[in-house]
Write a protein that binds this ligand. Sequence first.
Ligand code: 13P
Length: 262
Amino acid sequence: MAGRVPLMAGNWKMNLSHIDALGCLQKLAWTLADHHYDAARSECVVLPPFTDLRTVQTLVEGDRLPIRYGAQDVSPHDDGAYTGDISADMLVKLGCTYVVVGHSERRQYHGETDEIVNAKARRCLAKNLVPIICVGEGLDVRKAGDQVAYTVAQVRGALAQIPASAMADLVIAYEPVWAIGTGEVATPEDAQEVCGAIRATVAELYDAPASEAVRILYGGSVKAGNIVALMAKPDIDGALVGGASLNPEEFAMITRYYDLPM
Ligand code: 13P
């Protein structure tokens, strides 16, 4: 993990209205404060639906919460006739730091290709937003033993035309599709195998400093009960958490994984 600040990002997906977001975020902040949370030891990030962002911004800025936030998607375009889309500039104005791009649910239900994911990641970087680029194989690929080749190809596609200097401002999340929302977490060894291969790919595409700078997360049924073993692996720098991030007490525990027993 050498020099990389661990990142715990809660992807709320299509859950919690802007009213529910207030309660969830307040509880998360109180729980962290009660336990003397130290942002230098792990970064706490929430990724709510677009409609919650203004509320989240008001609370985080007003109460100076040690929590960053971001969006679950962004348009690859600057502005114009793209009904229903949200631009990077709009997210910047709402104080977002992060944007999830290429989540498997968007690849699956919205036909997002590696080219679209790459365009969205580049749009984020151009606007100083940190893209969290999601990659990961489905069950059929895993059963065939092709998880490394499949995921590495997605990484190569997502990073096209992105310079080495961007690697410190970019996050890659390995989320095997078969582990998302299923309760079936990848073993730490399985997660490390692919996260290690992703880092080696960044070294190959760029250089060693770039591969040491990029943060690589694991996602898929992460809970307080399995985060410690995952974080013990050298190439896992944090987690992209779905279901468990809707429970502020549990997400606070995941954020403070370093205080949890093995
Ligand atoms: P779960 O933690 O609910 O499996 O979701 C993972 C995920 O997709 C986060 O982006």
